[in-house]
Structure formats: C-alpha cells, structure tokens
Design a binder for this molecule. Structure first.
Ligand code: SAM
Length: 384
C-alpha cells in the first residue's frame, strides 16, 4: 500500500528518518510530505507513534486527466464500496495546483459527485456530507494533470495529541514542539528548561520523547477506526506493544517557567492531566531573574513575538534575553524558535545552527546557540 505522511515545511527530513525507524519502506521526502509504503500495521503504527506527521493519507487511486469531466469519469471507476458504505458520511478536501481546475473547491465537488453517483447507481442511496465529523475523509490532490485520491487515515490532525486541557494566547503546535526538541539534539541526561513555557507544550513533548511514549498515547481516535477494514485487534496489539516500551528515564529533569501566573496554571493543568506531575515542574518566574541550577543543560523556548508587546519593548526584550543567556547560562545550549522577520537578531549571539521552520503561516527560525563560559567576556552592549 502507498501512503503519504503530511507535515510542516522544514520537517520533511526528520519525518523521513522517523518513518524509516518505524518500519516504513520506500521512504521518499517531498514538499511538506513524505511518501512511503507498507502494510496496514505500518499505517496504524505510524499514526500512533509519529511525532512529526500531521496526517497520514492512504492512496486509493492515481490517474491523469485532460479536463474537468475526466476527473468525474475516472473517479467513478474507483471501487468505492471497498472503502465505505453508502450510509457513511463523507467530507472531501482538495488541494489543486493545476490549469485544469482554478478552484480546489470545484474539483472537490466533482469528486464528491462521482462518489455520490457511484453509490446511487449501485444501491439507490448516496453518502451524505458531514464536514464536522465525517466517517470517511477523502483527500484529492491534483498537480498539473496528475490526480491522487487518498483517504485520510488520521482523521483529526495528529498534533491533537489528547493531552491539552488548556492553551495560552500563542501555544506552539505539538508537532513543531517535538521537532524543535529533536533538532536541538537534547541529551535526555541533561536538564531541559523552557523558561517561557506558556501552556507547556515543549515540556510535555520532551517527556514523551525521552520516555519513548507514543505521540498518540493520550489520543482516543483515528480516522482509520471508521474504515470498513478496521482491524481492532491489530491496533490494540500495536498499542500494547508500543506502550510496553514506555520508560521514563530515572534522572530526567524537565522544568518550565513563565512570567505569567495564568500560563503556569495552564501548564500545570496539562502536566497533571498527563500524569507528569512527578516529572515536570512549572513555576512563575521572570526569565531575567532565572539562574541555572545545573552547570550545563538545554534551554528550549519560543519567546513572545508580539502578541502582547509593542515593537520597541519586544526589541529590548530580545536584547535582554540575549544578555541574560550570555552572562548566566555559560555551558548551556539555547534553542530559540522565533519568527524570522521579528527582532530575534537582537539577541546578539551567533547561532551555531539555524533551521527554517513554519509556525502555521509564519516563517520562523530555530536558532541554536552554544553558550560558553567565555561568552561572558564577549563585548557587552550597554542595555538598560
Ligand atoms: C509564545 S509564548 C510560549 C508558548 C508556549 N511554547 C506554548 O506552547 O504554549 C511566550 C511565553 O513567554 C512568556 N514570557 C514573556 N515574557 C517573559 C519573561 N520575561 N520571563 C518568562 N516568560 C515570559 C509569556 O507569558 C508567554 O507565555
């Protein structure tokens, strides 16, 4: 079977590695996606384990078209009754980059009509559309004249991990948080601090990663559970086997701080809901007053980028953050995710690595700073 794992721009390579390690075959990175092949158990395993996939599509047909009606005609040839019953509800999502269709919505409508007519001819009943909670999500991708029709096996996007009980004003997407941890190269023997933790996404993803806890550990449902060929026993076995491998490292240290009491409360609620109270602590503190409690470690965070601050305050904030890192966190590695167009340069430190990522539509950079004891001796820009 052929599958397509969709992800955010910049994460294709780490996703490809993850898929290879999870038993996928013929792994081929593309734009915002990675193609792979495998069987039903590969599909279930990847939905349950993948930290970097947003959704996993299962390809059911591929063909080329000359015009709009070709899409309708060739979609009628798909054996839809292998995948769904006429009593199922459906939704169709379409992504189109083609001269044949100018509107993706219209292409989606053609496909939906084909599915409806297929069943009407066979049984006199047509599946109805449900955009909120459909049984079957059909995905249409048209690039030039080339059409791919898939079913979305994930249903709700996989960044909905199921552990969030509350969010702050600018929560980090879970897939992105997991990616930032992976790219930071965090050694789980070292302390990990998120000094601006907001709702605690980085802290939660860090513990899940360090414990080999499946990304879907707290999640209740997946799209494939509503499929005709759903193998409940197989999925239960995959879950059980994966859950057996969960082991929280003995000396793990994961700590969050935030200047906002509200954010700390939200973090604590999420931590408690996941049962991580013994592992993660979250306290209210201004970063400018935070001092290291271990001689070395990792600071991984996404600072505010203007949700609540004026531009000049934000510039000063980044300058002071850079100074504080430089003067107090020698021997630490600081990994800062921030919009590329923002004042992140004002941090005034030279990154040893940078990764271009996207937080939704916003282009960001993950900047990695190796802070040395000697950093303190670097030229001090006078900031008051
Ligand atoms: C973009 S949000 C972080 C979102 C977080 N990663 C999440 O997933 O929810 C930035 C956070 O920085 C916090 N913050 C702002 N100034 C701070 C400071 N001086 N010290 C500590 N935290 C601060 C804000 O309260 C906010 O929660």
């Amino acid at each position: 079977m052929e599958f397509i794992s969709k992800t955010f721009p910049g994460l294709e390579d780490i996703l490809a590695d993850e898929l290879r390690n999870t038993g996928a075959r013929n792994v081929t990175p593309a734009r915002r996606a990675v193609y792979f092949s495998g069987d039903k158990s590969t599909l279930y395993r990847i939905n349950y384990l993948s930290r970097f996939s947003v959704s996993v599509l299962s390809k059911i047909a591929g063909f080329s078209i000359r015009d709009e009606n070709d899409l309708y005609r060739k979609s009628l040839d798909i054996g839809w009754d292998s995948y769904m019953s006429p009593s199922d509800t459906i939704s169709v999502s379409a992504v189109v980059d083609s001269g044949i269709f100018r509107h993706s919505g219209f292409a989606g409508l053609k496909l939906k009509d084909a599915i409806a007519d297929y069943f009407r001819k066979k049984s006199g009943i047509r599946p109805s559309v449900d955009r909120e909670s459909p049984d079957i999500i059909v995905n249409l991708h048209i690039s030039g004249s080339s059409v791919t029709v898939s079913l979305d096996s994930s249903g709700e996007p996989l960044f909905k991990r199921g552990y969030r009980k509350g969010t702050g004003p600018a929560p980090l997407n879970e897939v992105l948080a997991a990616a930032v941890i992976r790219l930071s190269g965090w050694n789980t023997n070292d302390i990990l601090i998120d000094p601006m933790c907001g709702s605690g996404t980085i802290l939660m993803e860090a513990v899940m990663y360090a414990s080999s806890m499946p990304a879907g550990y707290f999640r209740k449902s997946y799209g494939f559970m509503r499929w005709k060929d759903y193998d409940e026993a197989l999925f239960a076995e995959i879950r059980e086997r994966s859950n057996k491998a969960v082991k929280v490292p003995e000396n793990i240290r994961v700590k969050g701080y935030d200047i906002s009491a509200e954010a700390v409360n939200t973090s604590r609620r999420n931590i408690k809901a996941a049962g991580f109270e013994e592992i993660i602590s979250a306290e209210q503190k201004d970063f400018m007053e935070l001092l290291p409690e271990a001689p070395s470690g990792y600071l991984i965070f996404n600072p505010p980028y203007g949700e609540r601050m004026k531009n000049e305050d934000l510039t000063l904030f980044y300058e002071r953050t850079g100074q504080h890192l430089k003067y107090h966190f020698g021997n630490y590695k600081a990994c800062v995710l921030s919009p590329s167009a923002g004042p992140v340069k004002r941090i005034g430190l030279k990154p040893s690595a940078r990764y271009r990522l996207y937080n939704g539509p916003i282009e960001c950079h993950l900047l990695v700073f190796e802070l040395y004891e000697g950093s303190k001796k670097l030229k001090n820009r006078n900031i008051t």
